[in-house]
Design a binder for this molecule. Structure first.
Ligand SMILES: CC(C)(COP(=O)(O)OP(=O)(O)OC[C@H]1O[C@@H](n2cnc3c(N)ncnc32)[C@H](O)[C@@H]1OP(=O)(O)O)[C@@H](O)C(=O)NCCC(=O)NCCS
Length: 289
């Protein structure tokens, strides 16, 4: 860890000044590469903060190097915070700042009497999947095809904007346990080789589809993704599109058949590094609340 980004020098606090909301606009452009049209403007931050939105920054001195933004919503007749954005500038990643921002968001939502947070993420992004499932303890029960349209100006959105819809049950036992666990190697990894797999990482990182019939009558299913979709996409955009199509099919089939996405693991098979979603049948988000 370089001196410049030693954790104690980073302060996590609410963003209240309009000038700092301008900095959030700039950070969105840096992290997502989006043009003006595709960012959330300060006017929305200022207005929604007045009615419960949470806008938190990570500051290195006076510099904004990360932020989290969520607003109040209603889902299935209950109040939720919907976390629309979380970002850390590339030079400051992997220092737990994303995690600290989520913890601060959680504390503030609970203080408002809201114990459920939702957000979306691209299920092909393995870092985000690890962060969401393993570090935070979310579960997912919906898959949204091209949630923000077929593409946006962001370089992260060039193979469509399919998203998993995740729920973070803020004061559940599962989440409290995840947040207390320092060792995420998780001794109790299920034997993934014995679980039917809907999509596998094949030779040359090709997606290999299983049979639709495999979704029936199983307790668990798995869906694999490549360890690094961003490099794969740079090297072969066409292969990345096929990964989108294969995983869209797999998640949609499984969810339609009553599965919920429960966890995410790093694994290796025949010297190949793969990442695996674990899906379970017959459970509901409420079972993890
Ligand atoms: C997602 C993001 C906010 C995480 O911020 P961060 O400060 O780096 O997060 P943390 O340091 O708390 O955690 C990162 C975790 O990912 C792991 N990680 C890093 N690179 C990884 C990779 N290629 N594959 C899998 N996991 C990876 C780290 O090891 C760490 O997990 P660990 O604590 O179990 O070791 C940041 O990467 C980001 O801004 N990304 C671009 C925008 C985005 O995708 N936003 C989130 C949408 S849900």
């Amino acid at each position: 860890m370089s001196n410049a980004i030693k954790a104690p020098s980073i302060i996590i606090r609410d963003i209240e000044l309009v000038s700092e909301m301008r900095d959030v606009e700039a950070l969105q452009k840096e992290v997502w590469g989006s043009d003006d049209r595709d960012i959330v403007p300060l006017t929305i931050f200022a207005a929604t903060r007045e009615v419960g939105a949470i806008l938190i920054g990570a500051f290195d001195g006076a510099s904004l190097i990360g932020f989290a933004y969520s607003f109040v919503g209603r889902e299935n007749e209950r109040m939720v915070h919907h976390s629309h954005m979380l970002a850390v500038t590339p030079s400051h990643r992997n220092f737990n700042l994303g995690y600290r921002l989520k913890l601060a968001q959680r504390t503030r939502a609970l203080a408002q009497g809201i114990n459920r947070m939702t957000w979306t993420f691209d299920p092909l992004q393995s870092l985000n999947a690890h962060f969401n499932f393993a570090k935070l303890g979310v579960v997912a029960d919906a898959y949204k095809i091209n949630f923000y349209g077929e593409a946006t100006s962001s370089f992260l959105h060039q193979i469509g904007t399919d998203r998993l819809w995740v729920t973070w049950s803020l004061d559940s036992q599962r989440v409290r346990e995840r947040l207390q666990t320092k060792d995420r190697s998780r001794a109790s990894i299920p034997d993934l080789d014995r679980i039917a797999c809907l999509v596998r990482v094949g030779p040359n990182n090709e997606p290999q589809r299983g049979q639709s019939s495999e979704v029936h009558g199983q307790k668990y299913l798995s869906i694999e993704i490549p360890a690094d979709i961003n490099t794969l996409q740079r090297e072969s955009p066409e292969l990345a599109v096929r990964w989108r199509e294969a995983t869209r099919w797999a998640f949609s089939e499984a969810i339609a058949s009553g599965y919920l996405i429960e966890d995410f693991y790093g694994s290796s098979r025949n010297d190949l590094s793969v990442r695996v979603y674990l899906l379970s049948n017959g459970k509901k988000v409420e079972d993890f609340s």
